[in-house]
Design a protein around this ligand. Structure first.
Ligand SMILES: NC(=O)c1ccc[n+]([C@@H]2O[C@H](COP(=O)([O-])OP(=O)(O)OC[C@H]3O[C@@H](n4cnc5c(N)ncnc54)[C@H](OP(=O)(O)O)[C@@H]3O)[C@@H](O)[C@H]2O)c1
Length: 292
């Protein structure tokens, strides 16, 4: 049995990410004046992605609601890397935001090469115990803003091709999760949207990737929830936002479609996607009831 496991790990070591260095040195660096837009880039995974892009010479446009965190992110990135960072305080859940952002970029003839749709909202016990307004907000932020920005910024991405779109979904997008019903539904929409968009944009030389991380410790409630619901395995699978950002950018520039950072998360995602959905929903249903 041990030999079998060893053989499996050896055969799939590249796919599992054990054999890769994190330097990204063989990947395309930004040519002078290239920009990457990170929607939700002021903190968490979005900041990790922004930092990995800045490391590769991309100037940045960071979008979030709160100006203070945006300013702090700009200061940190510009002092650590020789890049220029624009910040825009905009709520991405508003219907007009995508058009406003695209106009802002077009007016300045921004040389946009990378669009990262990161901002999203999760949480547990959604749907049955959330008011309709909060559910609508989640759908607007998680799906609509990603769909709208990809469309309104497509002319710029096409003009500056080869270019990249990175949509942030979640491992939750591979499975129906009763306690995160609408969250997993919105993330599976982002996964499917990315598959089809990649196919549709191939001829335009815009590569589409979709990041599907397991738990990422961006805030204390995620640590608590992971410990309670997924136990030892979840804690082993969890990653920090800097590592996730680095893997996401490296694989996006390598034109990978589905990106699951971390060896354990990759194995779990592989198994989850193979199993019948009714087994998966029952497993997550039981895990969700733990220590309520
Ligand atoms: N953390 C995890 O365990 C995990 C796992 C899998 C997938 N994900 C996904 O990864 C993405 C980022 O998660 P995270 O944990 O890094 O989140 P986070 O730490 O809360 O950061 C979210 C970012 O998006 C911005 N944002 C939130 N709502 C916004 C809005 N309405 N308009 C504009 N900007 C907005 C935030 O800034 P402001 O608050 O200032 O607006 C911040 O920059 C989400 O899509 C999430 O579903 C997270």
């Amino acid at each position: 049995m041990k030999k079998l496991v060893l053989l499996f790990l050896l055969a799939f070591r590249g796919w599992l990410g054990f054999s890769q260095s994190d330097t990204g040195s063989s990947l395309p660096a930004a040519s002078g004046g290239s920009y990457a837009l990170v929607a939700g880039g002021s903190k968490g995974i979005g900041y990790g992605i922004a930092e990995a892009l800045a490391k590769r010479g991309y100037n940045l446009i960071l979008i979030a609601r709160h100006l203070d965190t945006l300013q702090a992110a700009k200061k940190k990135l510009e002092s650590a890397h020789p890049v220029h960072v624009y910040i825009l305080a905009i709520d991405l859940s508003f219907e007009k935001s995508a058009d406003e952002i695209a106009k802002w970029c077009q007016d300045r003839d921004i040389h946009l090469k990378v669009l990262c749709n990161v901002a999203g909202l999760g949480g547990s016990k959604d749907y049955l115990s959330f008011p309709l307004d909060s559910l609508r907000y989640m759908v607007r932020l998680n799906i609509e803003s990603c769909m709208a920005l990809s469309l309104t910024l497509m002319p710029l991405l096409e003009k500056n091709a080869p270019s990249y779109i990175l949509n942030v979904a979640s491992m939750a997008g591979f499975a129906p999760i009763p306690i995160k019903n609408l969250y997993s539904a919105t993330k599976s929409a982002v996964v499917f949207f990315s598959y089809s968009l990649r196919y549709q944009l191939k001829d335009k030389h815009i590569s589409v990737s979709c990041l599907c991380p397991g738990p990422v410790f961006t805030k204390p409630e995620i640590i608590k929830d992971t410990k309670e619901k997924l136990g030892w395995f979840g804690m082993k699978m969890a990653l920090d936002p800097g590592t996730v950002g680095e893997v996401a950018v490296k694989k996006t520039l390598k034109k990978k479609l589905i990106i699951v950072p971390g060896g354990l998360a990759k194995i779990s995602a592989f198994v989850i996607r193979l199993l019948p959905r009714r087994w998966v929903v029952a497993f997550y249903g039981r895990a969700g009831k733990k220590k309520k």
